[in-house]
Design a protein around this ligand. Structure first.
Ligand SMILES: *[C@@H]1O[C@H](CO)[C@@H](O)[C@H](O)[C@H]1NC(C)=O
Ligand SMILES: *[C@@H]1O[C@H](CO)[C@@H](O)[C@H](O)[C@H]1NC(C)=O
Ligand SMILES: *[C@@H]1O[C@H](CO)[C@@H](O)[C@H](O)[C@H]1NC(C)=O
Length: 390
C-alpha cells in the first residue's frame, strides 16, 4: 500500500510540530562497478569486459550491512558501466552480457531484498558509450547523428526498456537514467531521457525514475548557460506514470568538481536557482553526489547542505559520494589527490590514519540521516510511509 507522507504522518502522529520530514531516502553511492577501464594512453577497450571481483565489483556485502544495519541508511546508488552490460561488440541495446547482468542483479537484490533498502541503478557513462578509456570525456555521445559510431537514442531507449523489464517487479529499485551528461546539446540530453522514460513505461515498470540535467547535472549550474541551461529543458521530460524526480550533483569546492580539499562553495547559496526551478515546475529532486574532505569548513558546509535539503520540500533523497568495495586507501573525492580512504566502512587512509568514513561519514553525514525513512512500498516522488528501520 502506498501512503502519502502527510497522511502517514498525521495518522501515526510521527511528526513533531515544526519538524520537517521531506527526506525519504538517504544513503551512499556504491562506486566500484565502473572501475578499471581508464587508460593513460586512452587505449580503447582497456579493462573490458574486466574480471568481476578482481577489476571491478558493485558492493561489498559487509559494507552494505554496516551502512544499512548500523547507520540505518535506506538507499544505495550502484554504479555500473554500459560497456560491460552491453559489450561494444553487440552495441548498446536490449542484448546484455548475462553473466555481467547476473552479478549486477545479485548486488541489487542484496540491497533491496536481503537488506530491505532502496537501490538506484546508475549507468556511470556521462551520456557516452563505446569507449570509457578516458571517461568522462571519451566515447561517442549517445544520439550524436554526426557520429556513425555513436549509439542512437533508440538504442539507449532499448537498453532502458530491457533493464526496466528485469527490475519492474522490485518496487525498491530506482532508475537513475544517466550519470552526469555534459558537453552536448541539452536538446539531445532531453531526447535521450525521453526515449529511456518511454521505454521504461512501455515495459510496464512503474518504478521511480531520476533524470539528470546537462553540465554534469550540477545544481549550481542548473540555470546557467543561456538557452542550453538545464532549467530550459528538463521540465519538458514527460513521464506518463508521473514518477520522475530530478537527479542533481553538487560539490562544495572552488570549481564544483569534488577534486579539491577546500570547501568554499556553500550549497544553500548555489542551489537557490535550481530549488526555485523545482518549485516552479512542482518537481522533486535527489542529490546523488556530493561530498567533502575532513576539514572543519567541509564539515560545516556539509551539515548546512543536508539541513538545506531537509528544510526544502523539493528534496526527497540523497546519496553521498562515495563508498564502494575497491577504493582501498584512495579517495573518491575532495582530497587534492591525497589518499584519505573513502566512505566505505573499515577503510583507512594511506598512512593508516582515519578515512573519510571515520572523519566525514560517522561524525558528519551519518548524524543527518533522518531517524525515520521509507522502508516499504514503491519508491515515489510522493515518498511513502516514514518509519524507523524495521
Ligand atoms: C561477459 O561478462 C563476463 C563477466 O565479466 C566476462 O567474463 C565475459 O568475457 C563477458 N563477455 C563479453 C562478450 O564481454
Ligand atoms: C558529434 O560527432 C561529430 C563527428 O564525430 C563531432 O564532431 C561532434 O563533436 C560530436 N558532438 C558531440 C556533442 O560530441
Ligand atoms: C584528514 O585525514 C588524513 C588521513 O587520516 C589526515 O592525515 C589529515 O591530517 C586529516 N586532515 C584534517 C584537516 O584533519
Amino acid at each position: 500500500m502506498r501512503v502519502s507522507a502527510s497522511s502517514a504522518a498525521l495518522c501515526a502522529g510521527l511528526l513533531l510540530p515544526g519538524a520537517s520530514a521531506t527526506i525519504y531516502y538517504a544513503g551512499v553511492a556504491q562506486s566500484g562497478g565502473e572501475f578499471a577501464v581508464w587508460s593513460a594512453t586512452s587505449a580503447k577497450g582497456t579493462g573490458l569486459p574486466g574480471r568481476f571481483g578482481v577489476d571491478y565489483q558493485f558492493i561489498s556485502t559487509s559494507g552494505v550491512d554496516i551502512m544499512t544495519d548500523e547507520h540505518k541508511v535506506n538507499l544505495h546508488r550502484v554504479a555500473f558501466l554500459l560497456e560491460r552490460m552491453c559489450p561494444p561488440s553487440d552495441g548498446l541495446g536490449a542484448k546484455f552480457n548475462e553473466t555481467h547482468f547476473d552479478y549486477f542483479k545479485e548486488a541489487i537484490d542484496y540491497i533491496t531484498k536481503t537488506k530491505g533498502a532502496y537501490a538506484i541503478l546508475d549507468p556511470h557513462n556521462y551520456m557516452r558509450y563505446n569507449d570509457p578509456s578516458s571517461q568522462p570525456f571519451s566515447g561517442s555521445v549517445i544520439g550524436n547523428a554526426s557520429d556513425p559510431t555513436a549509439a542512437t537514442t533508440e538504442q539507449f531507449g532499448a537498453f532502458w526498456g530491457e533493464l526496466a523489464s528485469r527490475f519492474a517487479d522490485d518496487e525498491k529499485v530506482i532508475f537513475g537514467l544517466m550519470n552526469e551528461p555534459h558537453d552536448m546539446p541539452s536538446s539531445l540530453v532531453l531526447e535521450n531521457l525521453q526515449a529511456a522514460t518511454d521505454a521504461i513505461r512501455a515495459a510496464g515498470a512503474k518504478n521511480l525514475i531520476i533524470a539528470p540535467g546537462n553540465s554534469w547535472t550540477g545544481g549550481h549550474a542548473w540555470t546557467e548557460g543561456g538557452d542550453e541551461a538545464s532549467s530550459n529543458w528538463m521540465h519538458k521530460l514527460v513521464d506518463p506514470a508521473a514518477n520522475t524526480a530530478i537527479d542533481i550533483h553538487e560539490y562544495l569546492d572552488e570549481d564544483f568538481s569534488g577534486g579539491h580539499t577546500a570547501c568554499t562553495q556553500d550549497a544553500a547559496t548555489h542551489l537557490e536557482g535550481v530549488t526555485a526551478w523545482l518549485r516552479e515546475h512542482k518537481l522533486k529532486a535527489f542529490i546523488t553526489e556530493f561530498g567533502g574532505s575532513n576539514t572543519t569548513a567541509c564539515a560545516t558546509m556539509l551539515e548546512g547542505m543536508l539541513d538545506y535539503m531537509a528544510q526544502n520540500d523539493e528534496y526527497i533523497g540523497w546519496t553521498a559520494w562515495a563508498a564502494g568495495p575497491f577504493w582501498g586507501p584512495n579517495s573518491p573525492c575532495c582530497t587534492d589527490q591525497q589518499q584519505f580512504g573513502s566512505l566505505e566502512p573499515g577503510s583507512k587512509a594511506a598512512d593508516g590514519g582515519p578515512s573519510l568514513y571515520d572523519t566525514i561519514w560517522v561524525p558528519v553525514l551519518q548524524k543527518k540521516v533522518p531517524a525515520e525513512l521509507q522502508w516499504s512500498g514503491i519508491a515515489s516522488v510522493d515518498g511513502g510511509e516514514l518509519t524507523a528501520k524495521p
